[in-house]
Write a protein that binds this ligand. Structure first.
Ligand SMILES: *[C@@H]1O[C@H](CO)[C@@H](O)[C@H](O)[C@H]1NC(C)=O
Ligand SMILES: *[C@@H]1O[C@H](CO)[C@@H](O)[C@H](O)[C@H]1NC(C)=O
Length: 445
């Protein structure tokens, strides 16, 4: 595993790439199909057809893998700090983790007349942030302009909503608007709590409450808005409870694909009726994380020996397994990862190398990869090779697309990441306390 410090230095490059690409996209990219009903098209932020631009033109090069591994390591520390109260990895996980660089984005329209936005889909976040015009330090080239919207309203100081804003909501001197700030490590964000009309697909959320970003310092500035699908009081999911009943599903497209587009389906309508499910576990300290009960992992036909404590859910310590849309490659606590990796290596039986943060790679193109099955309480998910193996564009090397926590960091979370969820319909049914999985090719509609 690459040292975290080295990895972190690569991140600014990635951010630059994201910030640079606004309009241009790959010439052979098909147009993203229109959103319809309560279904939004989901695009991979790093894919060759990313709406953010052709930033990640060689998505499986070693440099890209190293960037992703570093970004994931940083996100893991962020998620772990959410899970464990009072834990902060401030020196390693810098402020960029306040606002994630996106993995998947959807389109939305804010204000009257509507202004187009891209929002990052983040299942582990409650925040609703939008970079606003005049924001100093926000790298976006297309911020939302409140002055051009007749339906924009700042939230007043002293209103109940203002009291719900994260951290110390404050009313700056000479201001009647509810402002708030977040600081973390070397970064800070200042936003005005605001309301406007948000349109997603064919639906309109009339008074959507969001943080209109005014200033970002340090490394945390987001390249676009954030659609928080966590369960906290100000998240998109909570704000749209009457419309969507805290239910959504997505099918995440492969980041390599030119032609595949996934969907985010909001509400109960159109959700799969027959789907394998596992209970959602409630962690009262961390309501925004989607915990599930992963009880084991099978490699080929063998359940690998993982100590029960490495998988057990514990609301007090924050330990357990979460599903996350913002991490790219699954991260397991060390004893679980080592058990999986050792069995994969044993079955493949070829010389092992490492590449860009992954330690189980094979340069022989003829190797046979075993299937990996995630065992959840009441549900098994057997991952086909495309969800387990990452093929590098360098030569013929392929790697197990999972990792342990960064060296020297003792995290408690197992994170089932987007590559392992790709080309599956994943249903988050909060009212019924369950998560479902079904194989689905996310073809463009
Ligand atoms: C994309 O999909 C369309 C129809 O689904 C197909 O006609 C076309 O050949 C595909 N393009 C690529 C590059 O795969
Ligand atoms: C997880 O599943 C196992 C096996 O079904 C069960 O024994 C255990 O109690 C479950 N844990 C939680 C927290 O539900």
């Amino acid at each position: 595993m690459r040292g975290c410090k080295t990895g972190m230095r690569m991140l600014p490059m990635l951010l630059l790439v994201l910030a640079a690409g606004a309009a241009a996209s790959h010439s052979s990219c098909p147009a993203t199909p229109p959103d319809s009903g309560a279904t939004l098209q989901v695009s991979h932020a790093f894919g060759p057809c990313s709406p953010l631009g052709p930033g990640a033109a060689s998505p499986s090069g070693a440099g890209f893998l190293a960037d992703q591994a570093a970004r994931d390591a940083s996100r893991l520390l962020y998620l772990d700090s959410l899970a464990v109260r009072g834990r902060a990895y401030a020196p390693i996980a810098s402020g960029r983790q306040l606002l994630q660089t996106p993995t998947y984005v959807v389109r939305a329209r804010l204000g009257t007349p509507a202004q187009q936005l891209l929002l990052a889909v983040d299942t582990s976040n409650d925040a609703a942030w939008i970079p606003c015009a005049g924001c100093t330090g926000c790298p976006t080239s297309t911020p939302f302009n409140p002055a051009a919207s007749t339906s924009y309203r700042p939230v007043a100081c002293g209103s109940p909503l203002c009291a719900q804003a994260p951290n110390a909501a404050s009313c700056p001197p000479n201001s009647k608007a509810c402002g708030f700030s977040l600081t973390y490590a070397d970064s800070s964000l200042v936003a005005a709590l605001s309301q406007d009309s948000l349109a997603v697909a064919n639906d309109v959320v009339k008074t959507y409450t969001f943080g209109c970003l005014q200033r970002a310092t340090g490394t945390a500035a987001p390249p676009q808005g954030l659609l928080g699908l966590g369960r906290g009081p100000l998240s998109f999911l909570s704000q749209t409870k009457d419309m969507y009943e805290a239910t959504f599903s997505y099918c995440l497209p492969s980041f390599k694909s030119l032609n595949f587009s996934g969907t985010l389906r909001l509400g109960r309508k159109g959700q799969p009726q027959r789907i394998k499910t596992t209970p959602l576990l409630a962690n009262p300290h961390r309501s925004s994380l989607y915990y599930v009960n992963m009880t084991g992992i099978r490699v080929g036909n063998k359940v690998v020996p993982i100590p029960a404590a490495a998988l057990a859910f514990d609301a007090a310590t924050g330990a357990g397994t979460v599903l996350d849309s913002g991490t790219m490659f699954t991260r397991l606590v060390a004893p679980a990862y080592v058990a999986v990796r050792d069995e994969v290596r044993r079955r493949v039986g070829a010389p092992v190398s490492s590449l860009g943060g992954f330690d189980t790679c094979f340069s022989d193109p003829a190797v046979k990869w075993p299937a990996v099955t995630l065992l959840f309480d009441g549900m098994q998910v057997t991952l086909p090779e495309e969800n387990v193996v990452i093929h590098s564009t360098y030569g013929t090397t392929s790697c197990l697309a999972m990792a342990a926590a960064p060296d020297g960091v003792n995290t408690v979370l197992n994170v089932i990441a987007s590559m392992q969820q790709q080309n599956h319909r994943v249903l988050f049914d909060v009212p019924n306390g369950r998560v479902g999985f079904a194989r689905e090719r996310c073809t463009a509609a």
